[in-house]
Design a binder for this molecule. Structure first.
Ligand code: G1P
Ligand code: ZN
Length: 543
């Protein structure tokens, strides 16, 4: 087999965002595009020579072909071994686990997460490091630098490797080990949760609806929930991964998982509903007539962690991304735990987890996880809820009511303005940044502003500083408005406006967060002039 050294030129814009390099699929399919980026991963991380990698993805369109290119390039650059999920499938948390379990040097995950897939939709490539987590900023920076200096890439001239059955293959001088994508992950879940208790819950007639959204968690949820824990057959719906996610948007939130919401708020609803995203790292939790926001879910898991065998000894600390609601902080305070506030993106949790400073962490964007892997983990969050429901034997709504009565309720919502003109969005942020200093002491929509700043993070483990991580405006009574631009969008700019308010008096608690947040929403509009600057009258997505 011949190794080809192909001359190439740097391709502009190959800068990894919040979660790897994400582009429209046709962009990734352009000549040299994928190859350049993969070569830059090797070049930016000291070469592939002698290394062992994990490779898999969420099954989206082009993933099968991209896997073959990546394998040929790994072999051409002297990698020792690549461990690949059967049919190139691996959920993101399963890939993270496999990297750790096998002591691999890193891994490549082919996914654009919750973004739609298909010939005209999105594709992505993310590099994870040896701890199993997304490459931290200094590493993605080196990869980006490498994309700008490329003159050639190396690729083996070979037929496709057979990824359809587990086993070992040889490609050039490299070993390919094809593994069952579910088995090791299922072992890990069994070691964390009380499967017997959850089995007893289902045996007593407890009903679940898990919507895999035609994405990668289908096979995992089928094997674990139905196969092992005894949930009735058919509890997992949309369980077969499809290259375009059944034409849907594999994002587990009330908008895109509307079928699940309808089922959970309809007649004869199951006891518990859940969903996961394209690559299996996000989760959505919904009880009968009760949607649980990701921020609240994180707080509930922290408050109930000792009910789960793996966390029975207590948590070392907790962490949340800055825009995530401060419901977690209230639990942490009551339990006497350290609570870290990090920039958006899972990569910022890695150091805290590695250093044993935090056990649980989460983001408002449906991401929850722990130190069992170095990614957020959708099915893990669902099993966590099942474990605590099996212990507490209460409806989800009852658990939430108890939680709010004890800790207070942080009303929370995120308003997204998608595909906004990038220049207009940039100007909005720049204008707001310019007036942050003048805001404290002033009022907006009748709310007094107490503080305003731009979030910067000093990593307590490696001392690195990340600036420009979102604009924050704190109002009286524990209110907060956060604005930032998405780092994962592929079209124009996405403006995210995060809104929060606290209520500690149970007598005054309302059901509808949008109503409860009306004052904060009006203040955000008055301060940032979103309508005038974006030309939009309402957000595209409210979560
Ligand atoms: C979004 C979410 C963020 C999450 C990321 C990857 O990033 O907001 O919490 O970590 O997707 O799933 P954003 O588009 O806001 O940069
Ligand atoms: Zn995801």
């Amino acid at each position: 087999m011949t190794v080809h050294t192909v001359p190439t030129q740097p391709i502009a814009g190959q800068k990894p965002g919040t979660s790897g390099l994400r582009k429209k699929t046709p962009v990734f399919m352009q000549p040299h595009y994928l190859e350049n980026f993969v070569q830059a991963i090797w070049n930016g991380t000291g070469g592939a020579e002698g290394k062992t990698y994990v490779l898999g993805g969420d099954g989206r369109y082009f993933g099968d072909r991209a896997a073959q290119v990546i394998l040929r390039m790994a072999a051409a650059s002297g990698a020792k071994k690549v461990i690949v999920g059967q049919n190139a499938l691996l959920s993101t948390p399963a890939a993270s686990h496999l990297i750790r379990l096998r002591g691999a040097d890193g891994g490549i995950i082919m996914s654009a997460s919750h973004n739609p897939g298909g010939p005209t939709e999105d594709f992505g490539v993310k590099y994870n490091v040896a701890n199993g987590g997304p490459a931290p900023e200094p590493v993605t920076e080196k990869i980006f630098e490498a994309t700008k200096a490329l003159t050639e890439y190396r690729i083996l001239d070979a037929q496709d490797a057979d990824l359809s059955t587990p086993g070992t293959r040889i490609l050039g001088g490299m070993e390919i080990e094809v593994v069952d994508p579910v088995a090791d992950y299922a072992d890990l879940m069994r070691s964390i949760f009380d499967f017997d208790k959850i089995r007893a819950l289902f045996a007593d007639g407890f009903r679940i609806r898990f919507d895999a959204m035609h994405a990668v968690t289908g096979p995992y949820a089928k094997a674990i929930l139905e196969g092992e824990l005894g949930a009735p057959a058919g509890s997992v719906v949309n369980a077969v991964p499809s290259p375009d996610f059944g034409g849907g948007h594999p994002d587990p939130n009330p908008i895109w998982a509307k079928d699940l919401m309808d089922a959970m708020f309809g007649a004869d609803a199951p006891d518990f509903g859940a969903a996961s995203d394209g690559d299996g790292d996000r989760n959505m939790i919904v009880g009968r007539d009760c949607y649980v926001t990701p921020s609240d879910s994180l707080a509930v898991l922290a408050a109930n962690a000792t009910l789960v065998p793996a966390y029975a000894g207590g948590l070392k600390g907790v962490a949340r991304s800055m825009p995530t609601s401060r419901a977690l902080d209230r639990v942490a305070e009551s339990l006497g735990l350290a609570c870290y506030e990090t920039p958006t993106g899972w990569k910022f949790f890695g150091n805290l987890l590695d250093a044993g400073k935090a056990t649980l962490c989460g983001e408002e964007s449906a991401g929850t996880g722990s130190d069992h892997v170095r990614e957020k983990d959708g099915l893990w969050a669902v099993l966590f809820w099942l474990n605590l429901l099996a212990e507490r034997r209460q409806p989800v709504a009852g658990i939430m009511a108890d939680h709010w009565a004890k800790y207070g309720r942080n009303y929370y919502s995120r308003h997204d303005y998608e595909a906004v003109d990038a220049a207009a969005a940039g100007e909005l942020v720049a204008a707001l940044r310019g007036k942050l200093g003048s805001l404290p002491g002033r009022s907006a929509a009748g709310l007094r502003i107490e503080a305003a700043d731009e979030f910067a993070y000093d990593d307590p483990v490696d001392g690195s500083r990340s600036e420009g991580q979102g604009l924050r405006i704190m109002t009286e009574g524990g209110g907060r408005i956060v604005l930032r631009l998405s780092g994962t969008g592929t079209e124009g700019a996405t403006l995210r406006v995060y809104l929060e308010r606290v209520e500690t008096d149970p007598a005054r608690m309302q059901d509808d967060p949008q109503e409860a947040l009306a004052g904060v929403i009006a203040a955000a509009e008055e301060i940032a002039g979103i309508r005038a600057r974006t030309g939009r009258t309402a957000p595209d997505v409210i979560t």
